[in-house]
Design a protein around this ligand. Structure first.
Ligand code: R5P
Length: 300
């Protein structure tokens, strides 16, 4: 097996390769003055099983484009198979039509990836479990929830805690982690967004958090508003402290500052997305999904 990385997959890719006792295979990426890229696979990949690790994090269009061209380069160079590990699958929130006239952006991405020659997709904590249906090739849907459950066990074992889903769309996820924690109790926030501008319109709580440590579990943090406003609601409802766990640190628009100055004590994320040094903050803790990814590659 040969492992290649795009620029948005270097951090995780290096850890995964090490766990598999491999070194990353080099990719030559030349950027032209107009920002177009020329990508070249340097090694011989004829009849090799190849893996590309690349997150579709910010800027998603650029990172996807790099991945598309890498798949094409591998295909033309004679690779026997091409698996894409896209730890954070960008555009996944547009997996269906919400309002007349919209595109299904994720289906566009799926079509391009499979047409180019991606034989399998490996990804983490998808927004909806129906997303694999948009792909005509196998999708291995991995999860960081076991990592989070382990971390919660270590840190909150003797505390009176309640898991919280920050929206009704996260019910499946919260039930899953509750099961991993011997059916820990959970509450859900009802959050409605304006489909036009994406702003959160109103919120309410189902369940009781009074006097308890509230632990919010979500799939991603983009602007950080869901967590920050959710934490305020939980404190107003009597939670003693609020912690947050989310798989994908998308971190758009200065969310680092918003989160650092929020009522949340600690924010735990994973390395499905590389966090640039300027987006790190004191309350942030990063767990690695390298082990889970390496095991999936080994057995697939
Ligand atoms: C929404 O349905 C997702 O599960 C996340 O809660 C959301 O994408 C987070 O976005 P933001 O950080 O911008 O509130």
């Amino acid at each position: 097996m040969k492992i290649f990385c795009g620029k948005a997959g270097k951090n995780l890719g290096t850890k995964v390769a090490k766990k598999l006792n491999l070194t990353l295979s080099p990719v030559e990426i030349f950027v032209f003055p107009d920002l177009e890229k020329r990508i070249r696979i340097v090694e011989n990949v004829v009849n090799e099983d190849c893996v590309i690790i690349q997150s579709a994090s910010i800027p998603p269009d650029e990172n996807y484009m790099e991945l598309f061209i890498m798949i094409d380069a591998l295909k033309r160079s004679g690779a026997a198979s091409i698996k894409a590990v896209i730890p954070y699958l960008g555009y996944q929130r547009q997996d269906h039509i919400f309002r007349d006239g919209e595109a299904v952006s994720l289906e566009v991405i799926a079509k391009i990836l499979t047409t180019l020659g991606m034989g399998k997709l490996i990804t983490f904590d998808l927004h909806s479990i129906k997303i694999p249906e948009l792909f005509s090739v196998p999708v291995e849907h991995l999860s960081a929830l076991p990592l989070f459950a382990e971390n919660i066990k270590q840190n909150f074992e003797n505390k009176d805690f309640v898991l919280v889903s920050p929206d009704m769309g996260g019910i499946r996820r919260i039930k899953e982690i509750s099961e991993l924690l011997e059916n820990a109790t959970f509450a859900t926030i009802e959050k409605n967004r304006d489909l036009g501008n994406g702003e959160i319109e109103d919120k309410g709580l189902n369940g009781n958090v009074r006097g308890k440590v509230a632990i919010i579990v979500d799939d991603m943090i983009s602007t950080g508003k869901t967590l920050v406003e959710g934490a305020e609601l939980l404190i107003n409802e009597g939670a003693s402290k609020v912690y947050a766990y989310a798989t994908h640190p998308v971190f758009a628009r200065h969310s680092d500052k918003l989160l650092q100055h929020s009522k949340i004590e600690r924010i735990v994320v994973t390395d499905t997305i590389d966090i640039p040094a300027y987006s790190e903050f004191a309350k942030l803790e990063v767990l690695s999904v390298a082990d889970i990814t390496a095991k999936a590659l080994k057995s697939s």
